[in-house]
Design a protein around this ligand. Structure first.
Ligand code: GLC
Length: 610
């Protein structure tokens, strides 16, 4: 009995203690949060209307060329480099020096508010020579490995931070439903489950444990909402579905990204049932900021507000009132719809009560809150201690692991794979066997990417094969597949050449006639051959499949071609699974898991192993 009394007394005190502690910590928590908000309110109260609007302005570096003092003059809140905006020295040091020059202007503004710099680091820090280039998201989707995807984003964040930059316009959490779409490869796949798990993983990888850590950068979930669901896969087209379907397919990725702490979201060019997303107040404000309680920055896409109305002032009124907080503006002073015009016109709209000052203050609060959380006021310049790991072996190992796990084995007759490293004579055929540009795809150095040896530090399949096989093995390369005499096996590497966005929209996903010719040449020889396909999406391959002994979907694997030979020579097994249903014909597209009369060539989730 005595014990019982003692125990219950102890329990009572434990409960008292715990509740006291939890009240205190929630007070601390709210006190801490309110100290952040206090800092924001304090700074906001000092700002002029023009300075507030300056913070809502994101200007491209090409628009600023020759006008860098405008950063200080207008207290510009953000700067970006679009896909094709380059500087003379695109090495990591070159970009870091450039970043510091821009920032030196920003911190000279009246209130010394640092700018935040955004870049499309969508598969590594892909604008910088020597950076590690990861598989595009369609390949990461095939890994189904959230931990590995988070690790890849962490490495990318370290390389972005090493150049001073603060913000990756990534993850793209589009749910690509029609493979005619040129941005299919930027999506993890056709199932919202992938957008949820892998999008959240990339957010965590980019933003790290604390936003103020020196290698943490802002993530940007994009493009809100329904970018992957447009009619016929037309880029920037119209997504025609009812709201329940829109929510079921395209919203889950954002709910997960917000839960993972995403600090920015980019709005999409597409329309939903005929209304442009950049003017959709219901989805941007009521749903995203209201229902989903998104507290971060809502940024526009590249000159996307220009598509809304007949004149720029109406574009600005509609988009800001719909809920946009920051506008991406690529146009220099003196040209149409430029960043100075944006500031002037938005100031007029506020003074004419067309845009409430409360909307401006909400936008600027969101921007300042993120900047305080990043602690960028204390550390506005590049941390040069991060440079040594840029493009390092350790970083490349992470990308190599991603390549290995992204490969999907679609066919393997008579155990053709794995190939022995002691094979006497292996011939490589096809343009892409020795083309790092094709291996990386779009968004690599150039917006559209480029065939050829465009980046430094990568390994093509040909180079990887030479490094993998025994010293007695003969390795030859016949680009058109005509010289395969004496080969024990031929490795044919074919597929798409680089493209990005609307430039990749295609009505016909058959292989090019050059690729078909290579395969025909090799087939004529009677030699056993393996096809490795580099593509941003499933392609129409059935005619070619029957004669190939083995067939591997490698997607757009990036710089580490060695990840491919690791698996082809059997050091590692295949683990990849399709993130898209693989169609037999173009007529079948769109074809997605869950469809009625579902009859793809290979189902969603398909992938063979050794
Ligand atoms: C592009 C893309 C977007 C990218 C932005 C900045 O048009 O739609 O994904 O982040 O512009 O380059």
């Amino acid at each position: 009995m005595k014990n019982l009394t003692f125990l219950s007394t102890m329990l009572f005190f434990a409960v008292i203690l715990f509740s006291a502690f939890s009240i205190d910590s929630s007070h601390k928590e709210s006190a801490k949060k309110s100290s952040l908000d206090k800092k924001v309110d304090l700074l906001l109260a000092q700002m002029t209307l023009e300075e507030k609007i300056g913070q809502m302005t994101q200007a491209d570096i090409d628009a600023l060329k020759g006008h860098y003092e405008d950063i200080e003059k207008y207290s510009l809140g953000s700067i970006l480099c679009g896909g094709n905006s380059e500087i003379a020295d695109i090495s990591a040091k070159g970009w870091a020096d450039f970043y510091d020059m821009l920032q030196s202007h920003a911190v000279k503004s009246r209130l010394k508010i640092p700018m935040i710099y955004g870049v499309d680091a969508v598969h590594g820090h892909n604008n910088v020579t020597g950076a590690v280039i990861f598989p595009q998201n369609i390949g990461l989707g095939a890994t189904r490995n959230a931990k590995l995807v988070e690790k890849a984003a962490r490495v990318t964040a370290e390389e972005v931070a090493a150049t001073g930059m603060d913000w990756a316009f990534s993850p793209c959490i589009a749910v690509a439903r029609n493979e005619r779409w040129g941005r299919t490869y930027e999506s993890f796949g056709e199932d919202p489950e992938l957008a949820k798990s892998l999008g959240a993983a990339q957010v965590k990888g980019f933003q790290g444990k604390k936003l103020s850590d020196k290698t943490s950068i802002l993530a940007c979930a994009k493009h809100f909402l329904g970018d992957g669901g447009t009619n016929n896969g037309k880029d920037q087209g119209n997504t025609e579905v009812d709201e329940p379907t829109l929510r079921k397919l395209h919203l889950p990725g954002y709910i997960a990204a917000i839960k993972a702490g995403a600090k920015t979201i980019m709005v999409s060019y597409n329309s939903w049932n005929g209304t442009k997303m950049h003017g959709n107040k219901h989805l941007l404000t009521d749903v995203l900021k209201g229902e989903l309680n998104f507290k971060g920055i809502l940024v526009s896409d590249w000159a996307a507000i220009d598509q809304l109305e007949s004149d720029y002032k109406s574009d600005i009124e509609k988009s800001i009132n719909a809920g946009l907080d920051m506008i991406m503006i690529p146009n220099p002073p003196g040209t149409k719809n430029n960043y100075v015009e944006f500031i002037t016109l938005l100031k007029e709209l506020v003074n004419e009560n067309e845009v409430p000052l409360s909307r401006i203050d909400d936008a600027v609060r969101r921007i300042l809150r993120v900047k305080f959380e990043m602690n960028i006021f204390a550390n506005p310049f590049t941390n040069r201690n991060l440079m040594p790991t840029f493009g390092s072996k350790e970083h490349r190992q992470v990308a190599r692991e991603c390549v290995r796990q992204s490969l999907v084995l679609l066919k393997n007759e008579n155990k053709t794979l794995p190939i022995s490293k002691k094979v006497k004579h292996i011939v490589l055929a096809g343009t892409s066997a020795d083309d790092i540009g094709n291996q990386c795809g779009g968004w690599t150095i150039d917006w559209q990417g480029k065939s050829g040896n465009t980046i430094s530090g990568g390994t093509t399949v040909l180079q990887a094969v030479k490094n993998a096989v025994s010293k007695n093995t003969v390795v030859t390369y016949s680009k058109d597949g005509s010289e395969v005499k004496g080969a024990d096996v031929v490795l044919v590497v074919v597929g798409e050449t680089p493209y990005a966005e609307m430039m990749g929209d295609r009505e016909d996903l058959s292989l090019s006639k050059e690729d078909v010719a290579v395969i025909e040449n090799v087939k004529k020889s009677g030699k056993p051959y393996v096809v490795v396909l580099f593509s941003g999406r499933p392609m129409i391959v059935e005619p070619l499949l029957k004669d190939a002994k083995a067939f591997v979907a490698a997607w757009l694997p990036g710089s580490e071609g060695t990840g491919i030979t690791d698996v082809l020579f059997g050091d590692f097994n295949f683990t990849g699974k399709l993130g898209h249903s693989w169609p037999k014909t173009m007529e079948q597209i769109p074809i997605n898991v869950g469809d009625k009369n579902y009859d793809p060539l290979f189902s969603y989730g398909f992938g063979l192993k050794y």
